[in-house]
Write a protein of this length. Sequence first.
Length: 202
Amino acid sequence: MRPSFYPLESFKPLLELTNQWQVMRDELLQLDAPLLDIDRTDKSHDQVFTELNQYLDRGGDYGWLKGWGQAGGNRDWVQFALQVQDRPIEAARASFPRTLQLLGALRGIKVCSLARLAAHSFLTCHRHPEILGEGLLQMHITLSAATEGNYAYLNVNGQFHQHRTGEAVIFDGSLDHFVVNASNTERTILYLEFDKARMASR
C-alpha cells in the first residue's frame, strides 16, 4: 500500500523552500488581486492557463481563479497561479518576485499556485489519478491559517493533517483526499505538484 504522507526531510530542496515561508507569506499579505471570471471546472491545467493567457492578452488584470466544485466556479476555493512546468507566470512576478526567485532555483515543479479556502468551507473528497502515473507528489506550505480555533485540515486516505502557519506537508494526491476549513478565518497555502524522483534528497 502506498503511503498517504511523506517526510519533508526526504526532499531537501522542498525543506529549504519551506524554511523561507515567511518570505512568501509577506508577499501574500501585500497582494491585492481581483477574482477573475475563470474557473477550473472540468479543465486541465493547460486549458486553464490558455484561457488565462487569452484574458491577459485582452488587457485583463491578473488575479485569483475560481476552483471547481460549484456551478459557475467555486468562489470559496480559489487559486493564484505562480508557475507551470518550471516556468514562472510572468504576470505574477510583480506581486511575488522573491517567491518566484525561490521557486526558480528548483526543477521538477509541474504546477505551483497559492490556494485560498474561505472560512467555514469544505473541498469535497477527490483524487488526481495522473499524480501516480506521472511520478508526482503534492505539497502544501501553509502561509496563513487561524491562530485560534484552527480547524483547518487536509485528510488523505483517512489520515488528518492540520494546516498550521509555517508548516508543510507532502502527500500522494492520487489517493482520496479532502480539505476542510471550519475556522473563522480563511486558510492560504502554497500548493505544488512536483516530480518525486527529481526532488528526492540524494
